[in-house]
Design a protein around this ligand. Sequence first.
Ligand SMILES: *Cc1c(COP(=O)(O)O)cnc(C)c1O
Length: 376
Amino acid sequence: MDEKNTEKELESRYYQPVFSRDMKIVRGKGAKVWDAQGNEYIDCVAGIAVASTGHCHPAVVAAICRQAGELIHCSNLYHVPHQLELAKKLSEITGLGKVFLTNSGTEASEAAIKLARVRTGRKQFVAFTHGFHGRSTGALAVTHKPAIREPFEPLEPRCSFVEYGDLDGLRKAVSGDTAGVFVEPIQGEAGVIITQEGLHAGVRENCDMSGALMILDEVQTGMGRTGKWLAAQHEGVKPDIVTLAKGIASGFPMGALVAREGLEFKAGEHGSTFAGGPVACAAALATIQVIGEILPTVIPKGERFRAGLSDYSPRVRGLMIGITLGQRCPEVQKRCAARGVLVNCAADGNIRLVPPLVIREDEIDAAIEVIHEALG
Ligand SMILES: *Cc1c(COP(=O)(O)O)cnc(C)c1O
């Protein structure tokens, strides 16, 4: 029996049927991956904006292996190797204050919800339509998409949703009861949706007027994806809380909350067994070092995609690219894969390209050619 059928059988027998998948990827190097049949692909998915430094970057692999041979886990009962050095780095690159490390994006959202509730003494949140902040119940409560949220209602915290980019609507929705406003600088899961300039400043202003905290979800847009450490840094707006995850440790599970100076949990208000463990921190430090070196190349690479795909009106912010295709999205995804390029259908018929930041110009050109063929 061939490998594909074995996987299918095992999945249907032993795995909760939440994912819809076909291909098995077994190896990666830089911006390339290989499937179980040995086919090579240029990877414009990167584990959904996760493999920021490319697959198996030697510096990241070395950091993980070195730390794994010394200490894999010791608990936050003790100072953890690399943890505070990483916190210092994250504080510096975000321009904010203190860090809490997590294992995922959704846990960073949970930490933000708790911090906003406990420090403001308020219980309600406001978020935007088509926004995505995670799958655990708190994060899900502030995630808009009815299909994934409504089956689990009632959820806490209470959240009202405002049309993405509608600052008048936001002004009406926030009140003295609003603990925080969740916002993505660019909506990733929604399909790389970019709203008007001034969104961040507008959210900031509404938060300042109401006393709500501005919670900026940079889980997908952060860590150099758009050519700066944070997408919001293009507009120069500082949130009260920023959340990070996906690209932060090149695929080793990690997330982070960074809060502005003075916004802090008290002892015992939050915690985690695994979060901020030595291996994850080593992976993140190596990742940040590599991203720091390639950050200036991200915008030019994005512009190369923009120029090559200009026929299809791409939305481009660094190496975060969306193209609206409508119903033929899954078909185009398949055709690209058959020609050796992985792309991903995000919501509402939008193709999303979020390749490793290390992708080379010749790989970009090859991917563009394949996407043209697939669309033609
Ligand atoms: C992926 C994502 C999350 C959730 O991260 P997980 O690690 O899957 O929990 C939250 N917010 C945004 C913007 C994301 O893209």
